[in-house]
Design a protein around this ligand. Sequence first.
Ligand SMILES: [Zn+2]
Length: 509
Amino acid sequence: MFAKVASFGVRGIDGFLVHAEADLSGGLPSFSLVGLPDSAVKESGDRVRSALKNLGYTWPVSRITVNLAPADVRKTGPVYDLPVLLAILAAGGQLPTPPLSQAFAGELSLDGSLRPVAGVLSMALSARDNGVTEFFVPRPNAAEAAAAEGLTVYPLDSVAQLAAHLRGQELLQPQPPTPFLPQYREDLPDFRDVHGQLLARRALEIAAAGGHNALMVGPPGTGKSMLAKRLPSILPPLSLEESIETSKIYSVAHLLPSGSGLACRRPFRSPHHTVSAAALAGGGTNLRPGEVSLAHNGVLFLDELPEFKSDVLEVLRQPLEDGSVTVSRVSGSVTYPSRFMLIAAMNPCRCGYLGHPTHPCTCLPNAVARYRQRVSGPLLDRIDLHIQVEPVEYEALASRQGGEDSASIRSRVTAARLIQQKRYEGLGFSCNAHIPAGLLRRFCPLTKGAETLLRSAFQSLGLSARAYDRILKVSRTIADLAGADVIGESQIAEALQYRCLDKEIEYTL
Ligand SMILES: [Zn+2]
């Protein structure tokens, strides 16, 4: 007696078709599960046996072999409990064999109820592409599965419900399709609460408009993290494609809130400086996505940048360069997308008060240099904007007047992004921060005056070739915000302001 039931697994953030095959044959009663299962999958035999008994079915007294095909791909997690149970029941003739156009996923409780599993959105998208028309999932996963257009999703609370449906006794209600509603909620942190800080606000607007990475340098208590938290509120809304990518990552990490559909706002991740390299890049036994992937299409904020361990910061290099991260473990390697805006913050020195108007700095001169050196050159090279955040003036605080609200800033950012999308159509990148070095000249034309200014600044400040490229890209964004085709003097002058760590002018001792 043999039965085959369709299910899905996840590798990286993509789903793949798995068939749970059960065979009952004569011989001594036994149970074996094959097909490269991990320990959670191996234990599924025990859960299935108890669930069957508690549901009133009988555990077949025969030699039971369950194979999860394809056998050469590692299977992880408890997602195969439900298909394994169905295959055993069908092979024993206790339930009709479901057609292969129906697929099943879910973890079993011992009483036969179903628990949510990770990665259902990826499975649902893969199910649709593999010709599956009906997908049965635990109820908390139904909303994400129903985001796969054209797939009928049935939410399940228990195996008993499913058995009644498969026998045609009591039919289940399909889940309504999940709509995609990118919207900004009023309770998000807004720039209107930020007092003063005109320079930093402007710099973050530029960062958002061009997709630039930025580093804020300033004494403690100047509102660096307050500013960073507000950055997602001025980024353009997620597109459907971006939302699906981000939601898949959260689904695989089992972090999609229960019952929720697609992500509708950009993620903001701010790992503490004690974070490990594995937690940042991803990994662990199940090869879970790390912080750099959870920040995909959003913002990764690293506060107290010099406090991060150097091997942790090293991890950022590949994602910043390629927009993806490859995680390798004994069990294999997977690649996760990780294109984020890096926003970092640091004090100007260890005590934090170097350059402060009223508070004296207590650091020794070489201690300042050592503190700065903890942020390595290669990382600094990938940061376009260095923003000096000054202590807020008393007048700005006393006036109790907030600044411009995020919605107004966002409309300018969105307009600038549209200009870039049009300009770079078909070139494989969509914002100024990602212009390849070879195309900079073509896309960043300068006026005569701008050219002269840039040359003299380059010579007098001793800027590196990399800094030169960064200034061109940032000035391109400033020009886009102003709606200008050719980059002018004022735009170059403004971009030069955002290289304070190159110049070391403000903080020379
Ligand atoms: Zn100091």
